[in-house]
Design a protein around this ligand. Structure first.
Ligand code: NAP
Length: 231
């Protein structure tokens, strides 16, 4: 369990689907919540506006992040590689630079991120990733390599980080805390499916679990066939 009590949490990317679940889980645990999202997305958080402090702005803007994380014990960051503007690495760097020393930092990403190169991927997964990276770059829509760079910087930092690597996501009611493995390719992960609400649950629970510090858990839904078979 956590050795440092978390009271105030910043959610970076609070207006997205994962971000809104993160905000709700954090509020349910009684944390004070600060959210960061793009100016145009502020209305998406209307239902939560009176329960959180919002700092509108791009998440890769160091000044926006500096203001948002001030006084926070923990930062939950949704790392997204949209556009060709180093959005993910800029966001990660701003968090690493401005979160208070000793703050608990939890980042989201996908299974394609590998910490130690010992993950094994199916041929279909690798082909899909290559196509997405190529198309994304050509259309200037997404920079998958930049999410890799963002995580490289997090792994190299001496901070109290956890990088949670999500499988394919789906919507639906919570099924409970996902199970995890250090390496993609582990049979427990074979079902490759997690409810988004439970991805957020895992990230928020990680705040109070020091055994996940400097780990990059790859997660899968706890009620999926592979999780049940290998529990
Ligand atoms: N989707 C999957 O199947 C999947 C699988 C594995 C892992 N993941 C990981 O899960 C996390 C959440 O992914 P998600 O797909 O579920 O998305 P999501 O929660 O809906 O979040 C998307 C985020 O990206 C922002 N965004 C969208 N377009 C943008 C743009 N052009 N420029 C800057 N920001 C933009 C959104 O902000 P606004 O609200 O301002 O639009 C929002 O914060 C990510 O870390 C992803 O790598 C996803």
């Amino acid at each position: 369990m956590g050795t440092e009590r978390v009271q105030k949490v910043c959610v970076i990317g609070a207006s997205g689907k994962l971000g809104q679940y993160l905000v709700r889980h954090a509020l349910d645990r009684g944390y004070e919540v600060v959210g960061v999202c793009r100016e145009r997305s502020v209305p998406k958080l209307a239902a939560l506006a009176d329960r959180i402090t919002l700092v509108p702005g791009p998440t890769n803007d160091p000044e926006v992040i500096r203001r948002a994380v001030a006084g926070c014990d923990a930062v939950l960051t949704v790392l997204v590689p949209w556009g060709v503007q180093q959005y993910a690495s800029g966001t990660a760097q701003a968090v690493l630079d401005h979160a208070r020393p000793g703050a608990r930092l939890v980042f989201s990403c996908g299974w394609h991120i590998s910490r130690d190169g010992r993950d094994t991927y199916t041929r279909t997964f690798r082909a899909g990733l290559r196509i997405a990276a190529l198309l994304g770059r050509l259309l200037r829509y997404v920079e998958i390599d930049d999410q890799v760079e963002a995580c490289r910087r997090v792994f190299a930092s001496g901070t109290r980080w956890t990088v949670v690597r999500g499988s394919t996501l789906e919507e639906g009611e919570s099924q409970g805390l996902p199970v995890w493995s250090r390496h993609v390719g582990d049979p427990v992960l074979a079902s490759d499916r997690t409810r988004r609400v439970d991805f957020a649950l895992f990230m928020v629970e990680a705040l109070a679990d020091d055994s996940l510090i400097q780990e990059a858990p790859a997660i899968v839904g706890c009620r999926t066939p592979s999780a049940l078979a290998h529990a």
